[in-house]
Design a protein around this ligand. Structure first.
Ligand code: SAM
Length: 321
């Protein structure tokens, strides 16, 4: 592997590094190829997946107050969305802001070009008056590009509990780095899934129709298609866990037999023992107390917490100090 490392794509390098780690792991940021985007949209519509409905309810019921807080004493802002996805929920806010004649532009950022193409086309038709500047890339590369022409107040959206995909150790570093990219008075509107009945949480990652399993297995399919691998897609069981003490939900694919996988792009064979697991994704659940600590550590003050009726979920509005 070493001589060819330099020539390998970042994707191949990351997969190699994950499959040679102990325990094995794969980064959830690679879930989103075209099929992954579609599967995630199907997940958002699942009965068990309460997160999307909660955030939709918050935006729908509290959009007037949200806009008031975004504006503060300003008359305009640039709305930036990290990991925008299909923007279904964001459109509730965008429609409201446009209907109120607010002076703002919208910059969705996503690693998936496919999802940005679908979103841009949809927005052009459904909200023609909206100024859209879509940027493909990793969160920070895209933010850096955006900051080259940053004159207005920035309001950054980080929705869908995307922050939950960072481990407990890495979330504070990520938020600090995000804060370092913003100026005093800029805002961050961030969706956190709250700790609740563990059975409700676990079912959201273990749906009856098996869509979440398919979403996880699709990453193995992607590695087969893009890196010339030979993963047996039937050879892995989907096994999520929730730890009510730490708030960590983890998704695993567990090899249901001893097996070997060859990846052409890395030129390596990877061995799995029977019942050896690959850690696929973390979906962290938070308490309000931890959210306040995170804001403070990253150099923000909490302006307001917007929760749904069940208090399952919170969109927390922070201002950079
Ligand atoms: C869980 S989806 C959430 C989508 C949307 N925010 C929502 O709430 O419905 C995560 C989105 O973030 C994007 N994403 C994941 N990791 C990323 C990264 N490191 N940089 C940029 N986008 C990323 C994915 O492509 C995907 O569209």
């Amino acid at each position: 592997m070493s001589e060819t490392t330099a020539a390998l794509s970042t994707f191949a390098k990351d997969i190699h590094s994950g499959l040679t780690s102990n325990p094995k792991c794969l980064s959830s940021k690679y879930f989103y190829d075209e099929k992954g985007d579609q599967l995630f949209q199907a997940i958002m519509g699942l009965e068990e997946y309460y997160l999307t409905r909660c955030e939709f309810e918050i935006f729908d019921q509290q959009k007037v107050e949200i806009l008031k807080r975004f504006l503060g004493t300003d008359t305009s802002f640039n709305l930036v969305e990290l990991g925008a996805g299909d923007g279904t929920k964001t459109k509730v806010l965008l429609n409201h802001f446009v209907s109120q004649g607010v002076d703002f532009s919208y910059s969705p950022i996503d690693i998936s070009q496919h999802v940005l193409d679908v979103l841009s086309e949809d927005l052009e038709k459904s909200i023609p008056k909206l100024k859209v500047n879509a940027i493909q890339g990793d969160y920070f590369d895209a933010l850096a590009k955006l900051n080259e022409n940053h004159f207005q107040k920035e309001v950054v959206l980080f929705l869908g509990s995307n922050i939950g995909n960072f481990s407990n150790g890495s979330a504070p570093k990520f938020l600090k780095r995000l804060g370092d990219n913003l100026g005093s008075g800029d805002m961050l509107f961030i969706g956190f899934d709250l700790m609740k009945d563990p059975n409700v949480i676990l079912s959201a990652y273990n749906d009856k129709l098996g869509v979440t399993k398919e979403f996880n297995v699709n990453l193995l399919r992607r590695i087969n298609n893009e890196l010339g691998a030979n993963f047996d897609l039937e050879g892995y069981e989907h096994f999520p866990t929730y730890n009510p003490i730490t708030g960590e939900t983890k998704s695993h694919l567990v090899s249901n037999k001893a097996q070997e996988v060859f990846i052409e792009a890395t030129g390596e064979t990877y061995s799995f023992d029977a019942w050896e697991a690959i850690h696929m994704e973390v979906s962290q659940k938070y308490s309000l107390k931890t959210i306040h600590q995170l804001a403070e550590q990253a150099g923000f003050k909490v302006v307001k917490n917007f929760t749904d009726e069940n208090e399952f979920y919170v969109d927390s509005l922070w201002e950079k100090i």
